[in-house]
Ligand binder design. Structure first.
Ligand code: SAH
Ligand code: SF4
Length: 349
C-alpha cells in the first residue's frame, strides 16, 4: 500500500489519517513490522493491525559476500518463491540492485534469468521489501543509496507495480528515495517507454541495446521482433530528459558476435544525436550460456572507437562474480524452464 491507500483504510475504520504516516515511518524507516512495537499508535489500532493486516517482509534465505564486498541475498517471498537482490558498495555510491519479477519472459540468450522464463510479477511491496531488507542489513536505513532495477526481471513488463514501488520508496514518511537515485534498465518495450515519459516520478533510464542490426538483436533479445531498434531509438529521442541527464545504453559484449570494429562504428551511428552514454558490459559467462567473454583488448578497442566518435563510454566492472551476483547471473533453482545444458551443469557441479 502507498501512504494514500493506507490512510484510506485507516479512515474507513474510523482512525485518524496521520496514523498512516506514523505506521509508514515504523515500517519503512525504522524497519519495525510488528504493530505491538509501534508505540505511538493507539492501542486499539495496534490490536487491529496485528489481527487484520499482514505486514510481510521477504525472508533472507541466503546471504553471501563476495571478495570485492558485493553482497547477494536470496530472498523468500510469502508464497515460497525466491528472488535475488544485490548490494554493491562504493561505486562510488552504495547501490542496491533489485528484482522486479521472479524470472523474466524476455528470453535474452546470454542471461540466466531469461532462461528461467517468467514465474510471476513481483508486487510493489515485494520490490520495496528488497530495499527495506538490504538497507536494514547493510546499516543504510538512514543513509543515501542508489537503486538500480537491474536484478531479475524486466521492469517495464511489470509496469504498474514497479511505478508504485517507486512512489512508496519516494514517500517522505518512508525512505524518501529521490527518483534521481533510481535507474530503470529495460530491453525497450516501446509503449511502456512512452508511458514512462509522462510519469511524475521519473527514474534515470538505461536501455539494453546489445546489438546494432535488427537481425542480430532479434537473435539475442527476442522482443526486438516486436520493438525493433529504430522504434526504440525513436522512443528514446522523444524521451524528456532533464538538463545534463542522458540515457545510458547498455551493451553486453559477446566474443565474436557483437564486438567487432564494424559493430562499434554502427553503434556510434545509431546513437548519433542522442544524449547518450554507453555502458559496455563484458559478458559474465555461466554454464548453459552459449557465449564467451571477449578479451580486454577487444573491449578496449570497441570502447576507443566509440570514444573517438565523442560518445561517453564506460566499461562495467563486474562485481560479485565469485558468488554469481554479477549481471545476468541471478537465477533461483526451480524456475519453470531449464535447458539441457543447465540441467547438466547442475548435475556435474
Ligand atoms: N531486464 C532488464 C534489467 C535486468 S538485466 C534489462 O535487460 O535491461 C540488467 C543488465 O544485465 C542488462 O543490461 C542485461 O543485458 C545485463 N546482462 C544480462 N545477462 C548478462 C550476462 N550474462 N553478462 C553480463 N551482463 C548481462
Ligand atoms: Fe530479462 Fe533483462 Fe535477462 Fe533479458 S537481460 S532475460 S530482459 S532480465
Amino acid at each position: 500500500m502507498d501512504v494514500v491507500e493506507l490512510e484510506a483504510l485507516l479512515v474507513s475504520q474510523r482512525f485518524q489519517p496521520f496514523h498512516a504516516r506514523q505506521t509508514y515511518r515504523w515500517i519503512h524507516r525504522r524497519g519495525v513490522t510488528d504493530p505491538s512495537e509501534m508505540t505511538d499508535l493507539p492501542l486499539a489500532l495496534r490490536t487491529r493491525l496485528r489481527a487484520e493486516v499482514a505486514i510481510t517482509t521477504p525472508d533472507v534465505i541466503r546471504d553471501e559476500t563476495s571478495v570485492d564486498g558485493t553482497r547477494k541475498l536470496m530472498l523468500g517471498l510469502a508464497d515460497g518463491r525466491m528472488i535475488e537482490s544485490v548490494f554493491i558498495p562504493d561505486t562510488p555510491a552504495m547501490t542496491f540492485c533489485v528484482s522486479t519479477q521472479v524470472g523474466c519472459a524476455m528470453g535474452c540468450g546470454f542471461c540466466l534469468t531469461g532462461q528461467m522464463g517468467l514465474v510471476r510479477h513481483l508486487t510493489a511491496g515485494e520490490i520495496v521489501g528488497q530495499v527495506r531488507v538490504l538497507a536494514a542489513l547493510t546499516g543504510m536505513l538512514e543513509r543515501p543509496f542508489n537503486i538500480v532495477l537491474m536484478g531479475m526481471g524486466e521492469p517495464l513488463h511489470n509496469y504498474d507495480n514497479t511505478m508504485k514501488a517507486l512512489r512508496i520508496l519516494n514517500s517522505e514518511h518512508g525512505l524518501a528515495v529521490s527518483p534521481r537515485r533510481v535507474t530503470l534498465s529495460t530491453v525497450g518495450i516501446v509503449p511502456a517507454l512512452d508511458r514512462l515519459a509522462h510519469e511524475p516520478l521519473m527514474p534515470n533510464l538505461a536501455v539494453s541495446l546489445h546489438a546494432t542490426t535488427d537481425e542480430q538483436r532479434t537473435a539475442l533479445v527476442p522482443p526486438n521482433r516486436k520493438y525493433p531498434l529504430a522504434d526504440i531509438l525513436d522512443a528514446c529521442r522523444r524521451f524528456p530528459l532533464k538538463k545534463r541527464s542522458r540515457i545510458t545504453f547498455e551493451y553486453v559484449m559477446l566474443a565474436g558476435v557483437n564486438d567487432s570494429a564494424e559493430d562499434a562504428r554502427r553503434l556510434a551511428r545509431l546513437l548519433h544525436g542522442l544524449k547518450a552514454k554507453v555502458n559496455l558490459i563484458p559478458l559474465n559467462p555461466a554454464p548453459g550460456i552459449p557465449f564467451e567473454r571477449p578479451s580486454d583488448v577487444r573491449v578496449d578497442r570497441f570502447a576507443q572507437i566509440l570514444a573517438d566518435r565523442h560518445l561517453t563510454v564506460s566499461v562495467r566492472k563486474s562485481r560479485g562474480r565469485d558468488i554469481r551476483a554479477a549481471c545476468g547471473q541471478l537465477i533461483v533453482e526451480g524456475g519453470t524452464r531449464k535447458t539441457a545444458a543447465q540441467q547438466m551443469a547442475q548435475l556435474i557441479r
